[in-house]
Write a protein that binds this ligand. Structure first.
Ligand code: BEZ
Ligand code: FE
Length: 290
C-alpha cells in the first residue's frame, strides 16, 4: 500500500498482522484491538507530532526508572484505573466469594511465616494504634478452610512500606499466617494510615497532568491462598479513613471495608478488626472462563 491516508491507515496496519509470519489468534486479537484503539485515540484528540514525541520521551523516562524496587508501569496502570479494571476482568464475581482488588507495587514474596496471633510489628512508631486482626477463611458453602495462608502487608505510620524506607527493619509489617482446623486466623498489626502512592518521577507527572491527587485510604493488603481454591488478592479498608471515596487508584470496594473497633478492656491491642474470607474452589474459575 503506497497511498496511506487518514481513512485507510488503520485497516492497512491491521492487514499487516501475520503477513510475514504466522501469529497466534490471541496475539492477533490483542494487536488488532490495540491498533484500532490507538488510532482512534490519535484521531479523537487530533494528536500533534510534538505531543507524540513528548509521549515517547515520557515512556522512555518511565522505563528508565524501573528497577526491582519500582515498577513504574504498574503504577501508571493504577493511576489510569487499568490495574483495577484488569483485576475485575480476570476475577469476575461469581457468587458470595470475597471480592479481589489490586495487588499494587509493594508486595514482597517470602514474608516471615509466623505463629497464630503473632505481631508483624518489628519497629514501634509514636502514635501507632495496634490492632488484633482475626477471622475465618471458608469455602462458598461455609465449610472452614484449614491450612490457608494469609499473607499480609501494610504501610507504617509514616505512610511508607518497609521496602521503601531504610529506617524500617526488613519485612516490618509483613507476615504469613496459617488458618487452624476451624479455618480461623489471628494476628497482631497496626492500624494502616492513608498514604500517597509514589508521586515523584513519571507517576507524579501523570497524576498532575490528570489534576488528581496521590492519596490512598488506609488499608491492609491480604493475599489468601490454599491449594484447590482460587487465590485471593485483596485489601481491607479502614471504614474511618479519608479517601475511601477518592482513592488515587480506584481500588476501594464497599465489601472490603472493615471496622477497626476499640479493643475490650484488658486487651493487649488498642483495636480489633474481624474480617472473614470466602474462597471458591479453583475449578469454578476455569468453568466460568470456558
Ligand atoms: C497499594 O495499595 O499499595 C498501591 C496500589 C496501587 C498503586 C500504588 C500502591
Ligand atoms: Fe497499599
Amino acid at each position: 500500500m503506497r497511498n496511506v491516508t487518514i481513512d485507510n491507515v488503520t485497516d492497512v496496519v491491521i492487514e499487516s498482522l501475520g503477513r510475514h509470519q504466522e501469529i497466534p489468534a490471541r496475539q492477533r486479537e490483542i494487536m488488532e484491538s490495540l491498533i484500532r484503539h490507538l488510532h482512534g485515540f490519535c484521531k479523537d484528540v487530533r494528536l500533534t507530532h510534538g505531543e507524540f514525541l513528548q509521549a515517547c520521551d515520557y515512556l522512555g523516562r518511565a522505563g528508565a526508572i524501573c528497577s526491582d524496587k519500582r515498577q513504574e508501569f504498574i503504577l501508571l496502570g493504577d493511576i489510569l484505573g487499568v490495574e483495577v479494571l484488569v483485576d475485575m476482568l480476570t476475577n469476575p464475581i461469581q457468587g458470595e466469594e470475597t471480592i479481589s482488588t489490586v495487588l499494587g507495587p509493594f508486595f514482597r514474596e517470602n514474608a516471615p511465616v509466623m505463629p497464630k496471633g503473632a505481631t508483624t510489628v518489628r519497629k514501634n512508631f509514636e502514635g501507632q494504634e495496634t490492632v488484633f486482626v482475626e477471622g475465618y477463611v471458608r469455602d462458598v458453602e461455609g465449610a472452614p478452610i484449614a491450612g490457608a495462608i494469609i499473607d499480609i502487608w501494610e504501610d507504617a505510620p509514616n505512610g511508607l512500606y518497609e521496602n521503601h524506607d531504610h529506617d524500617q527493619p526488613d519485612y516490618n509489617l509483613r507476615g504469613r499466617f496459617e488458618t487452624d482446623a476451624n479455618g480461623h486466623y489471628a494476628l497482631r498489626a497496626i492500624r494502616p494510615v492513608p498514604y500517597p502512592i509514589p508521586s515523584d518521577e513519571t507517576a507524579g507527572e501523570l497524576i498532575r497532568y490528570m489534576g488528581h491527587h496521590s492519596m490512598r485510604p488506609g488499608h491492609l493488603h491480604m493475599m489468601v491462598t490454599r491449594d484447590g481454591y482460587r487465590s485471593l488478592i485483596s485489601q481491607i479498608y479502614d471504614s474511618s479513613s479519608p479517601h475511601l471515596d477518592d482513592d488515587s487508584v480506584f481500588a476501594v470496594k464497599e465489601a472490603l471495608i472493615g471496622e477497626f473497633r476499640k479493643a475490650p478492656e484488658g486487651a493487649d491491642t488498642d483495636l480489633t478488626l474481624r474480617f472473614d474470607f470466602i474462597l471458591p474452589r479453583a475449578e469454578a474459575k476455569r468453568m466460568a472462563a470456558e
